[in-house]
Design a binder for this molecule. Structure first.
Ligand SMILES: Nc1ncnc2c1ncn2[C@@H]1O[C@H](COP(=O)(O)OP(=O)(O)OP(=O)(O)O)[C@@H](O)[C@H]1O
Ligand SMILES: [Mg+2]
Length: 213
């Protein structure tokens, strides 16, 4: 291990509640007096936020492989500029999406398969060390519930290029996650995110307590 901080990632399909729960996690971490940062992908640092707007712009048609490499580029800069310095300072890092999002969306959703893992291994390798999270908290919802949440109650969140994909794409993404939690057993904790917000957070809190407190 090259660092002392814990690296915790929220994963799950669109509308599963990742961003909502990061807000609850932040409040809880402050209550516990934890030394932490919270951040998001793609983005989190200036260059990566710019790549994010290129990826998500509804006007920017692009191939799946281009999309995959843009995500990986944003991921590497965010990792180098923000995540690693925080981990090395002993902070807990809470991140909205990471490698498993690419494996599910581009690997399964876009059907790019193993190329996505190769590209991402390169993106997260720094001085020979691959920065995998200590835990992926996977918020599981069927795509119809997630998409309904996003479209029904659009509280300021923009509809992006990936939201506009057909339901079949989102189903492949969710099935992809379900494959990944079997393949990477031990890196995932699954939470039933079709529950109400409070119940979802209660489950997340148990995971945080086990890992951190
Ligand atoms: N457990 C819940 N039950 C019902 N609605 C919820 C729940 N959690 C979040 N929501 C609502 O669903 C919508 C999507 O939530 P949120 O933006 O947190 O999802 P997300 O996983 O971050 O989505 P994305 O991947 O698209 O960023 C929001 O309007 C939010 O208020
Ligand atoms: Mg979100």
């Amino acid at each position: 291990m090259k660092h002392s901080g814990k690296f915790i990632v929220l994963e799950g399909p669109d509308g599963s509640g990742k961003t909502t729960q990061i807000g609850n996690i932040e409040r809880y971490m402050r209550e516990r007096g934890a030394d932490f940062i919270s951040t998001r992908e793609p983005g989190g640092v200036s260059v990566a936020e710019k790549i994010r707007s290129v990826i998500l712009d509804v006007d920017n048609a692009m191939s799946g492989l281009t999309e995959c490499m843009l995500y990986a580029s944003a991921r590497r800069e965010h990792l180098l500029q923000k995540v690693i310095p925080a981990l090395e300072a002993g902070k807990t890092v809470i991140c909205d999406r990471y490698v498993m999002s690419s494996l599910s969306y581009q690997g399964y959703g876009r059907e790019l398969g193993a190329a996505v893992l190769d590209i991402n291994k390169l993106a997260i390798n720094v001085d020979g060390f691959e920065y995998w999270p200590d835990m992926n908290i996977y918020l599981d919802v069927p795509p119809e519930i997630g998409l309904q949440r996003i479209h029904e109650k659009n509280d300021g969140r923009e509809i992006n290029r990936l939201d506009l994909e057909a339901e079949d794409f989102h189903r492949k993404v969710r099935d992809g996650y379900l494959h990944l939690i079997r393949e990477y057993e031990g890196q995932f904790t699954t939470v039933d995110a079709s529950q109400n917000e409070k119940a979802v957070f209660a489950d997340i809190k148990r995971v945080l307590d086990d890992l951190l407190f």
